[in-house]
Ligand binder design. Structure first.
Ligand SMILES: C[S@@+](CC[C@H](N)C(=O)[O-])C[C@H]1O[C@@H](n2cnc3c(N)ncnc32)[C@H](O)[C@@H]1O
Length: 269
């Protein structure tokens, strides 16, 4: 990692420390492609382009790369980049257990490695909020796409950065003082030794990064969760590829306020 990437270094320290707990407590499926907590996966949302054997896919800030493992099972040639070696170790273990061939590389999205070549699909689920300069990350991803190829990015929704409030009168909703500058999400490890800061941006700003990078926006989604309270454990395991009991406790907010925005954009042919 280059020396000047100090916030990437902070992120590496934070994610190395939380990786074991994150991977143990979050059920992340490799049998579907996830977009965020409690949300339906791509089998229901159908945002990804057609996945064909041999297509080259790159995942940015992929953690243990469950989305890449899903794509690899369909025959894609997948690489996962992440700043945290501990997260990547979980990915290598999963790939061994599931007999899937995926390349895992430690790299900061803020300075993507040279020589990766061009890809048919670049995807990232909830890593962009940790970038110092997310527009530059989007621009670099765009440069890495082949003609006609797709970028699928999921990032934090600015409304979910507001404060979820329940009033005495039984009303509930979100309090967001400034949509254009939503509050940062600062996370500390239990011992307060390591910290990371995630940022959300107005939806129009994210769309404009993508358009300025030369891509055509094909889909923009603010996915809603399925009706969790009516689902059995088997249905949850089958239809919700990113789930934890911790996130379940936030269902009443996620049901009403979008937690992520998903954009698919394609490089013109
Ligand atoms: C919320 S996790 C999401 C991981 C994965 N995409 C998933 O959906 O499970 C955010 C990931 O971004 C990675 N990350 C944070 N800052 C990064 C950076 N500057 N460059 C590359 N990866 C980074 C973290 O290590 C972590 O694995």
């Amino acid at each position: 990692m280059p020396d000047d990437l100090s916030s990437a270094r902070l992120n590496a320290t934070y994610w190395d420390q939380v990786a074991d707990t994150y991977q143990r407590e979050t059920h992340i499926s490799t049998r579907d492609f996830h977009y965020g907590p409690l949300l339906p996966g791509d089998k229901e949302l159908g945002i990804l382009p057609a996945i064909t054997p041999g297509m080259r896919c790159l995942e940015i800030g992929g953690g243990a790369g469950q989305n890449s493992l899903y794509l690899a099972r369909l025959g894609a040639d997948c690489t996962v980049l992440d700043i945290s070696e501990k997260q990547l170790e979980h990915g290598r273990r999963l790939a061994r257990e599931e007999h899937l061939d995926v390349a895992f590389r430690c790299a900061a999205m803020d300075a993507l490695p040279e020589g990766l070549g061009r890809f048919d699909l670049i995807h990232s689920t909830y890593a962009l909020p940790f970038a110092d300069d997310p527009e530059q990350v989007v621009a670099k991803c765009s440069e890495g796409l082949k003609s006609g190829a797709s970028l699928v990015i999921t990032t934090g929704h600015p409304l979910y950065g507001g404060e979820w409030v329940k009033l005495d009168e039984g009303e509930r909703g979100v309090f967001l003082q400034d949509y254009f500058h939503p509050p940062a999400d600062t996370r500390l490890t239990d011992d307060s030794e390591a910290m990371t800061i995630a940022h959300a941006y107005p939806v129009s700003e994210v769309v404009n990064w993508v358009l300025r990078s030369g891509l055509h926006v094909r889909r923009l989604e603010e996915p809603r969760p399925l009706d969790l309270p009516s689902m059995t454990a088997e249905e949850i395991a089958e239809r919700i590829p990113y789930y934890s009991e911790g996130w379940r406790a936030n269902f009443d907010a996620i049901e009403m306020i979008p937690i992520v925005v998903v954009i698919r954009a394609d490089r013109p042919t």
